[in-house]
Write a protein that binds this ligand. Structure first.
Ligand code: CP
Length: 321
């Protein structure tokens, strides 16, 4: 079995084989999740703590469901009512929870690199649920699974990632994954929302939707991340929708069978037209949500296997993990 890692901190550290291992197992969990009885016991006896320092609907609820369906004891830390509000640091909070012997820690934080730092301080497996503008690995994996199921492969495809690339950890993780799996990646957006030097990361950059979407197999829209902007990046939302919002006309530049994706939450009428988002013949946005639970089950299952093996080795050597 591939994927021998202790933590899942980013796509950067995964090989093609690791990605295939996760997606193959996730496919099996999709089938389980469609049954009436959705439970297994692969995490029975294990404790999962979810720490979300930033708001979330999809990621937090799917990690919670994933853990429960795998049989773990799942605790959601309410960061709004925690001692973080009294000034306790991220590391002190993590060390405090670590002393309660969790096995899996799921962390979302507003600062890039915060989850990597935390992972160095604890004994359990850490899963990055999104850190600042850095990475959102399970989002890229669920996007890959959605694409693979819709297109029959996750390679040799032209994928257009459109919109606010500069503030998007989703774009970064997807770019890394899609490159690793040998796809052609195009980034489309206004120059103000495109990170400097991004073309060095093995992608083509466009500021015109027509040129960028030409012949695309996958059209992945990004949310305009107002909360991460500290200035005027766009003239107005109306102007932004006119130039970069996905509507029927712009979608017609892509291939006839191109699929439409969005990680959510969506700003309808800003980066995507509501009718396109709801068009079940083109949009796979609801499938992305479904794949999110299965991918998170697969990631936690694999990390738990690695943790058990590591603890088994440590017990033989008389050490402690
Ligand atoms: N895609 C995503 O991360 O959504 P949430 O912020 O709702 O978790």
């Amino acid at each position: 079995m591939a994927f021998r890692a202790r933590h899942l901190l980013g796509i950067e550290h995964l090989t093609q084989e690791d990605i295939r291992t996760i997606l193959d197992l996730a496919d099996r969990y999709v089938e389980l999740n469609r049954r009436t009885v959705k439970r297994t016991d692969v995490l029975a006896g294990m404790t999962q703590i979810n720490m979300f320092f930033e708001n979330s609907t999809r990621t937090q609820s799917s990690f919670e469901l994933a853990g429960k369906r795998l049989g773990a004891d799942v605790m959601n830390m309410s960061m709004q009512t925690s001692s973080v509000k009294k000034g306790e640091t991220l590391i002190d909070t993590a060390m405090t929870l670590n002393a309660m012997h969790p096995d899996l820690l799921v962390v979302r934080h507003g600062s890039s690199g915060a989850v990597n730092l935390l992972a160095e301080k604890v004994n359990c497996a850490v899963l990055n649920a999104g850190d600042g503008k850095h990475e959102h690995p399970t989002q890229a994996l669920l996007d890959a699974l959605t694409i693979r199921r819709a297109k029959g492969r996750i390679g040799r495809l032209t994928v257009a990632i459109c919109g606010d690339v500069a503030h998007s950890r989703v774009a970064r993780s997807n770019l890394i994954l899609l490159n690793k799996m040998e796809n052609r990646v195009r980034l489309i957006g206004p120059p103000t929302l495109m990170p400097a030097g991004i073309s060095e990361f093995g992608c083509e950059v466009f500021d015109d939707m027509r040129a960028g979407l030409e012949g695309a197999d996958v059209v992945m829209m990004l949310r305009l991340q107002r909360e991460r902007m500290d200035g005027g990046f766009i003239p107005s939302e109306r102007e932004y929708f006119h130039r970069y919002g996905l509507d029927a006309e712009k979608l017609s530049y892509a291939k006839d069978d191109a699929i439409v994706m969005h990680p959510g939450p969506m700003n309808r009428g800003v980066e995507i037209d509501g009718e396109i988002a709801d068009d079940i013949n083109r949009s796979v946005i609801q499938e992305q949500v479904e794949m999110g639970v299965a991918v998170r089950m697969a990631c936690m299952d694999l990390l738990a296997q690695n943790l058990r093996a590591e603890r088994g080795r440590a017990a033989t050597e008389g050490t402690y993990v």
